[in-house]
Design a protein around this ligand. Structure first.
Ligand code: AAT
Length: 294
């Protein structure tokens, strides 16, 4: 085993103006431009197939479970029998795959802006979606999530137990989907036990972003629970939140979570268990400070 550093081409991502991280690029599989963004698919030594949009890391075969399992199972296990979910973004199918592990799930609407993302996932990222993109319970819409939540879903009288914002970061095209107004539109579509699940960014490198998003969520929902996970592809500890007026992921003990995992026969969990669920809500003092700046 060698720890020597490979000097070939690197894929880099900035986390802020002063810090970032890199991975060895490996082999380029495909790249191009869609009407919305530029994309690249690489075969990397560290994480296998890796997908980027506009030069930002989105997902990889090797580490996708760190992100998708936590974004989905933290809220879903807290709900009694989640049946209907809406994913905004998430065209790689990783979130849909985790939702379908819950046996009560009858329908997942996936609203992805960019058709090319779904094509790329079908062609190059089978280990991310595991066939979820072709599951009969999936209702795929190629559309703008903003418009879907504001117009399409309300007109159809839709209600969801879970809305997942599996979106690019709140800078650039997805910015309008991280506002108080959009969170309020999402809340209108939630069922009684409904919750919103989203990622918040990197508290160490983007503390203002994380704190701002928490403020916006707290203006709309009564129970907002941030949880934190190290995401290798994003090169940092990453924040996520479960926001609801009714369900509280902190109300469950580790034993109760394990009981539910067994009862639902959740398969192929590479990250999530009762202990990781509880631990994700523990905040070191610097995080408490970030979330409650004086
Ligand atoms: N599953 C982890 C991957 C993503 S991809 C985010 C997706 O959001 C992209 O496919 C992008 O096309 C889609 N998207 C962006 N804006 C919209 C919109 N308005 N409506 C619908 N879909 C949209 C998440 C990566 C997280 C990155 C963290 N740094």
């Amino acid at each position: 085993m060698s720890d020597s550093v490979e000097s070939g081409p690197r894929l880099t991502e900035a986390l802020n103006a002063h810090a970032g991280h890199y991975l060895s690029a490996g082999r380029l599989i495909e790249k191009g431009e869609t009407p919305y963004q530029s994309y690249e698919v690489w075969d990397t030594p560290q994480f296998g197939r890796l997908f980027r949009l506009d030069g930002y890391f989105m997902t990889s075969e090797g580490d996708e479970f760190f992100y998708h399992e936590n974004l989905i199972h933290v809220p879903c296990i807290t709900q009694d029998a989640p049946a209907r979910a809406l994913i905004i973004g998430g065209g790689d199918g990783g979130s849909a795959d985790e939702l379908f592990k819950h046996p009560s799930m009858t329908r997942v609407a996936l609203v992805e802006l960019d058709e090319k993302v779904v094509d790329i996932a079908r062609q190059h990222l089978p280990a991310v979606h595991n066939g979820a993109l072709d599951d009969p319970r999936l209702d795929l819409h190629i559309a703008d999530g903003l418009r879907y939540v504001r117009e399409t879903a309300p007109a159809a009288g839709e209600r969801f137990d879970l809305i997942v914002l599996d979106l690019t970061d709140p800078i650039g095209p997805a910015e309008a989907l991280y506002t108080e107004a959009f969170f309020t539109d999402c809340k209108r579509l939630l069922s009684h036990q409904g919750a919103l699940s989203l990622h918040l960014g990197a508290p160490i490198f983007q503390p203002e972003r994380v704190a701002d998003l928490m403020d916006r969520l707290l203006a709309v929902f009564t129970i907002v629970r941030p949880h934190f996970h190290y995401i290798p592809l994003y090169g940092s500890l990453w924040g996520m939140a479960c926001a609801s007026d009714h369900i509280d992921p902190l109300a469950l003990s580790a034993d109760e979570i394990e009981r539910r995992i067994a009862e639902r026969q959740l398969r192929q969990l590479q990250y999530y268990n009762g202990d990781t669920h509880r631990a994700a809500f523990a905040q070191p003092n610097y995080l408490r400070q970030c979330l409650n700046p004086q």
